[in-house]
Ligand binder design. Structure first.
Ligand code: NAD
Length: 414
């Protein structure tokens, strides 16, 4: 992310807070992270050298419950970005009504260039470093960019070894063999699908045959491509960090997934035509899903965007300037804090199951996820209509009201 992504979120909270008539002192609390821990730690690499890594864990707000948030491995991880992601998590949990505050963590590293052993050592040492502030009642980790259920297994084991007994509830997104939930793997994509289906219904648009472009083909992007294909959409383009692939008749997602698995990229796919990341954004289509990194849609490319609707699977993919351009162009935007909350919702279900040592079936998880997503969307839609604001502002309004209520009942200590 280029400019400080946290500034954009703070600005939105100030605007919406003013509109709701919130106490400016409360807005000030909500616009500051509660606690930030930065750590430097060594890892012995495969060639026997020692490398020092820099990581962070930001616990943004705990008014509604324990903190919850992802863990990201990426060369560009920095405290500003992690702070912004922790703030977004706070608003996300509040929008869907989960009893959580927001957190986020990350380590600046190049995971693609590291061996499995190096990644395991890095994870174990990082988790040990931050173990003084995390825990199932304090702060629960989840997978994000370049981390997965393997990372979560190492994190859970490290925390458990340090306290002396198994603590499955300290992470979510782990394998079901060690307390993970069924349905967590594709929960973000599935949650987004429930909202997209409802929006298409609202607009009397047909999902069957709708054209879709997806930026990012990782955990979220690939699951979404699969679910959208299953719903009868034509996924005409997909990209990853190295470029994109396009097919006017729609890509065969299962073959593309196998191609990506063997080649490590989506370009060079037999049934598709290679395109650049910018071309993907400019394609005329019914729905564009950014499912890669933050701030990929900016003032420049927003003007040339070809989609009629955008669903933000990624966190903060649209800059505030781009947001205004898209609004003026009447492109409907389904905001991240509403539509990519399926993952944290099923993470919440996983945590509840871990605390009870009692596990649910897939149907129960999916039905409950659908209820949460549709309730949140309908509530935000109603506020958007009543207040004549965008779905993003409406979602922030719902979230801020929940936080305000929590502070009202809890009071300010001491
Ligand atoms: P991932 O690491 O599995 O996938 C990221 C994908 O983005 C990869 O395919 C990568 O090649 C691609 N990418 C990177 N830079 C790109 C670029 N410039 N253009 C196109 N593609 C690019 O990560 P993920 O878990 O799928 O997360 C994707 C996004 O969704 C992130 O913004 C993340 O914060 C957000 N998100 C994830 C979850 C979750 O449950 N994993 C939940 C909510 C939000």
């Amino acid at each position: 992310m280029a400019s400080d992504p946290f500034d954009a979120i703070k600005g939105r909270v100030e605007d919406v807070g003013r509109r709701l008539g919130l106490d400016p002192g409360l807005v000030e609390i909500l616009n500051r992270p509660k606690r930030e821990l930065s750590v430097n730690f060594p890892v012995r690499m495969d060639d026997d050298t020692l490398e020092t890594f820099h990581g962070h864990r930001v616990q943004y707000n705990m008014a509604l419950g324990p903190c919850k948030g992802g863990l990201r491995y990426h060369p560009e991880v920095d405290l500003k970005e992690i702070r912004a992601l922790a703030a977004l998590m706070t608003w996300k949990c509040a929008v869907v009504g989960l009893p959580y505050g927001g957190a986020y963590g990350g380590v600046a590293c190049s995971p693609k260039e590291m061996s499995e052993r190096e990644l395991e050592s890095l994870t174990r040492r990082y988790v040990s470093e931050i173990s003084i502030i995390i825990g199932p009642q304090a702060d629960i980790l989840a997978p994000d960019v370049y981390t997965d259920e393997r990372t979560m297994s190492w994190a859970m084991d490290t925390y458990s070894m340090n306290v002396g007994y198994s603590v499955p509830g300290v992470v979510t997104g782990k394998p079901s063999a060690i307390g993970g939930s069924v349905g967590r793997g594709d929960a973000t994509a599935r949650g987004l699908m429930f909202i997209v289906e409802e929006v298409f219904k609202d607009r009397r648009m047909n999902l069957h045959g709708a054209t879709v472009a997806i930026q990012g083909f990782g955990k979220v992007g690939a699951s979404l491509a699969h679910l959208l294909g299953e719903a009868g959409c034509k996924v005409v383009a997909v990209s990853d960090s190295q470029g994109g692939t396009f097919s006017e008749v729609g890509l065969d997602i299962e073959s593309l997934r196998l191609h990506k698995l063997s080649r490590g990229r989506v370009t060079g796919f037999g049934d598709g035509q290679d395109i650049g990341g910018r071309e993907l954004l400019e394609l005329e289509c019914d729905l564009l899903v950014p499912a890669a990194l933050g701030h990929t849609i900016d003032r420049e490319n927003a003007k040339a965007l070809g989609a009629r609707m955008i669903a933000e699977a990624a966190n903060a993919p649209v800059t505030p300037e781009a947001d205004r351009i898209l609004d003026a162009r009447e492109i409907l935007l389904l905001p991240d804090i509403l539509c990519n909350t399926g993952g944290v919702t099923v993470s919440y279900f996983e945590w509840v199951q871990d605390l009870q040592y009692y596990f649910w079936g897939l149907e129960e998880v999916t039905t409950r996820l659908r209820d949460v997503m549709l309730r949140a969307y309908r509530q935000a839609r109603a506020v958007a209509e009543e207040e004549d604001v965008s779905l993003r502002d409406a979602s922030y309004m719902v979230a801020l009201r929940r936080l305000e209520n929590a502070y009202r009942y809890r009071g300010i200590f001491p």
